[in-house]
Design a binder for this molecule. Structure first.
Ligand code: ZN
Length: 135
């Protein structure tokens, strides 16, 4: 298992971690397999979406904020229930295919770490299973 450190700078933020994930895969010299990208936090998430237009990330964060408002008579004493709900909606992990040593993503796709209660120091774990061919 490998670990990526992510320092978030805002309360809500999506950070492209594709290059760091590819670096972890390249270090293992894996030809084919699968790669799990998992974040061990309850107010953060991992997702795959468009990298070309930064407004897509902004729109996703805005839509999540509209769907899950900061204040809505939540019971959780810590005061960050909206972040917990968003983390569960988006999910803690993504699974990607590795072929020819590269993670397989669409032209416009990137892997994003999603911060919902920053700024904080966060971790993402990478677990690679080698030798599974999808051809
Ligand atoms: Zn909490």
């Amino acid at each position: 298992m490998k670990e990526i450190s992510v320092q978030t700078r805002s309360r809500f933020e999506m950070i492209d971690i594709t290059a760091e994930v590819q670096k972890a895969v390249s270090e293992d010299k894996i030809e084919s397999g699968i790669c799990l990208i998992y974040t061990p936090h309850t107010t953060a998430a991992v997702t795959i979406n468009e990298n070309a237009d930064p407004d897509v990330s902004r729109d996703i964060l805005a839509a999540l904020d509209k769907a899950v408002p900061l204040n809505a008579n939540y019971r959780h004493m810590e005061g960050n229930s909206a972040a917990h709900v968003k983390a569960s909606l988006v999910g803690a992990s993504e699974l990607v295919i590795i072929e020819k040593g590269r993670i397989v993503l669409g032209t416009w796709q990137s892997i994003f770490f999603c911060e919902f209660d920053g700024p904080r120091s966060r971790k993402v774990f990478i677990s690679i299973i080698a030798g599974i061919s999808f051809c």
